[in-house]
Ligand binder design. Structure first.
Ligand code: ARG
Length: 553
């Protein structure tokens, strides 16, 4: 149920809407209405307005009492009715989903580069995009996950030239081999101009579609995807499309023509550009002087393709902050071209990742592979489990879930715009604000439920859950859907992470406050019902953060 809406409807004033109602601060009731913004229009003090709203309010089943404090009107819900509604009420998520039915969001995420390592820097895009994908689906949207592969450019000519010269054709190529070949090419071509020329020739052969060149290029692509797919499988990430840069090779000309026809593009030093000085940006490069198309041109074609193919309501690009200018230019050019959907394009940016205090930089050779990070985290999780719970069955499977969860929560637990540093101790702590803490709380719930097996039958007496500790948990539970919706609005999975930490903390306070399984059958039943609701919500919420919740750990 949407309490903000319900409360706003109880107030006898057309000025008050659901958006004006907020969650009350600790110790000030459950919900609150700040009255400051009406003061000017009503020519009264916020305090007086709050008083008048209070007097006109029809208290009923929902609200037990109100309180005027400062310029706020605070609402205390009638606990028993509220708990009943949350614990037994059904269908509110269905209504939420129905409201979003038919909406489509495209998510461009992970978007790795062929023949380049899947390093920890890609982690953020993969995790944030993968999580938002699940969040939107939970909310009833149709989500389209797109891996906009970096699979075009002159580097493939260089790699091909290197492979032809030094590649071992007798065995299966790996991603590591491709990296070494590329590094060797870069080194040697500095001294050997013929090599550089060979690279250009090979790229032209790929461009012209010469079968043997294309076959090898496709092999580079397949090899890369095979390796990254292993990582995606571990993280439970999926894509609906792998249309990358190469896919747009034959789709750019109409865009370029249109830019010229509309007088938006001009030639400058032999290159075709769209000037954006008016908007405080450098020109957007459309075609290089040697005729080659560019990253931006492909993105223009890609946006058009997505608009046509998916008719999206929103199209998100989950890409690091470094590409901020690129996306601002892209969106502006599409707006100038008169695309009405340009306003629905969003750059979902995120900060930098460092690793145990060290910056990540491919150029300086400090590359940390994501698969290694996951492996190491899982290995350490295995050690911790061995120490904490040596009797546990299935330790390997559980360590995998804990390790992957720890890495995902690292990427998703902090506001995305902030820079983050990966540190094994921190991500694996069972006490901090981490995935293992949430998984542990979930397992605690399941173990309570196992102990109380058979005592849950029948409808719980919700009036037994009105004490402060239980009520806090119920209140938190009631906010799950609106929290997920808020996370989607802000493109911010950390909103869900924060919510789950709060839920776990509130449940753990409840857990400590009194026994769950007692001689009192009715009380036991009610507390078990609450425990089950918490366990299910933790599990669902963790799933949205790409993290599984084992029943035991
Ligand atoms: N492959 C690019 C990179 O690794 C990211 C692509 C993002 N998506 C896009 N449509 N430009 O930097």
């Amino acid at each position: 149920m949407d309490y903000k809406k319900k409360i706003s409807e109880l107030i006898d004033s057309p000025l008050v809407t659901a958006d004006d109602i907020m969650i009350a601060a600790e110790g000030h009731g459950d919900y609150a209405l700040p009255c400051f913004k009406y003061a000017k229009q009503l020519r009264k003090s916020p305090q007086a307005i709050a008083g008048e709203f209070a007097a006109s309010l029809r208290c009923g089943d929902l609200i037990e009492r109100t309180e005027v404090a400062g310029g706020y009107l605070n609402f205390y819900l009638s606990r028993a009715a509220f708990v009943r509604e949350v614990m037994l009420g059904k269908g509110s998520t269905d209504a939420l989903r129905a409201a979003n039915a038919g909406k489509t969001v495209c998510l461009d995420y992970s978007s790795i580069n062929i023949a380049k390592p899947f390093h920890i820097g890609h982690l953020m895009s993969t995790a944030i995009g993968g999580s938002l994908y699940r969040i939107y689906k939970y909310l009833g949207w149709n989500a389209v996950g797109i891996n906009h592969l970096g699979d075009w450019g002159t580097q493939f000519g260089k790699l091909l030239a290197a492979y032809e010269r030094w590649g071992d054709k007798t065995k299966k190529l790996t991603l590591d081999d491709m990296l070494s070949l590329y590094v060797r090419f870069t080194d040697e071509s500095e001294r050997d101009p013929d090599l550089a020329e060979a690279g250009r020739t090979e790229f032209r052969r790929i461009e012209r579609g010469e079968p043997d060149a294309v076959r090898t290029y496709e092999m580079f692509k397949a090899t890369t995807l095979e390796e990254v797919d292993k990582v995606y499988a571990r993280l439970g990430i999926k894509f609906d499309s792998y249309n990358g840069e190469a896919f747009y090779n034959d789709k750019m000309q109409p865009i370029i023509d249109e830019l010229e026809e509309k007088g938006l593009a001009e030639v400058s030093d032999g290159a075709l550009v769209v000037r954006l000085d008016e908007y405080g940006m450098p020109p957007c490069l459309i075609r290089r002087s040697d005729g080659a198309s560019l990253y931006a041109t492909r993105d223009l074609a890609a946006a058009q393709y997505r608009a046509d193919a998916y008719r999206f309501d929103k199209c998100l690009y989950v890409v690091a902050t470094q590409q901020n200018l690129h996306f601002r230019q892209l969106f502006k050019v599409l707006e100038l071209m008169g695309r009405p959907w340009a306003k629905d394009l969003v750059h979902v940016q995120f900060g930098m990742v460092s690793y145990e205090g060290q910056p990540l930089s491919t150029r300086k050779g400090h590359v940390v592979f994501l698969a290694d990070v996951i492996d190491n985290t899982v290995k350490r999780a295995r050690e911790i489990i061995e120490e904490k719970n040596p009797e546990l069955a299935d330790k390997d499977a559980i360590a995998e879930k804990v390790g992957v969860g720890a890495v995902m929560f690292f990427a998703l637990g902090t506001q995305r715009i902030k820079d983050v540093d990966f540190d094994y101790e921190k991500v694996l702590s069972f006490e901090g604000e981490t995935a293992p803490y949430l998984q542990y709380t979930h397992a605690r719930c399941r173990s309570v439920l196992a102990k109380g097996a058979g005592q849950e039958e029948g409808e719980p007496d919700c009036s037994l859950l009105t004490d402060d500790e239980s009520y806090d948990v119920v209140m938190q539970l009631s906010r799950f859907d609106e929290t997920v919706a808020d996370a989607a609005d802000k493109y911010e999975p950390s909103v869900v992470a924060r919510y789950l930490i709060d839920l776990a903390q509130k449940y753990n306070r409840f857990y400590i406050a009194g026994r769950i399984i007692t001689d009192d059958r009715a009380l036991t039943r009610a507390r078990l019902a609450l425990t089950r609701a918490v366990a299910d919500t933790l599990k669902t919420g963790l799933r949205l953060l790409l993290t599984e919740a084992p029943d035991r750990m």
